[in-house]
Design a binder for this molecule. Sequence first.
Ligand SMILES: C[S@@+](CC[C@H](N)C(=O)[O-])C[C@H]1O[C@@H](n2cnc3c(N)ncnc32)[C@H](O)[C@@H]1O
Length: 209
Amino acid sequence: MKHGATVQTGYNRIADAYLRQRTQDSADVRQLARLLAVLPPGALVLDAGCGAGLPIAALLTASGHRVVGLDFAVAQLTLARQNVPGAVFVGQDLTALGLAPAAFDAVCSYYAIIHVPRHEHAGILAAFHRALKPGGYAFLCLGAADIDDDIDDNYFGVRMYWSHYDGATNLALLREAGFVVEWSQFVSDSLGDSPPDAGHLFVLARKPL
Ligand SMILES: C[S@@+](CC[C@H](N)C(=O)[O-])C[C@H]1O[C@@H](n2cnc3c(N)ncnc32)[C@H](O)[C@@H]1O
């Protein structure tokens, strides 16, 4: 099975189980304040790989922003529509995004790009850049370690796939895509039984005016 199908099938099966374990107020979630601090009132924000909408789309919506959540797992979208009725949710694949150019004030993405084969990450960042208005922000959770193909045959009971670059490479990719990196930080994982050194690179980047 291709990696994308593995991830999509997996999240369709584990949507409820993942949500039960998803932390709602942990270090990674609290970093969202960095994006909230720079958004204009009523900003149009894309939550790319939104999952069940909790906590990220819900927090953005509760802060008065207009949220479009995007995911390719139907089970996640079904939960998201129930959990965050004030947002709009669409089914799309991050590797084949069809977004209007210069439409969004911000793109936010937690723990989704890391599920895509890493040779496709530059294309996703370029698509985010195109979808942002000049001066728009990207708030992204990216990999912090150099791992090409990582497969777990028992992630909440299903086969799952990850792929990412180390932090320095991710920052270089963002700059190559045209972003200015305004802030970045390694944030330790909070989910379940993560090893103590596991974590992700969180980045606030801006499309120049
Ligand atoms: C680990 S969950 C994170 C969900 C949510 N962002 C959160 O913070 O809890 C990853 C989500 O990304 C979605 N995803 C992974 N690869 C994707 C792709 N290529 N296109 C669209 N969604 C994708 C999955 O379906 C899943 O809902």
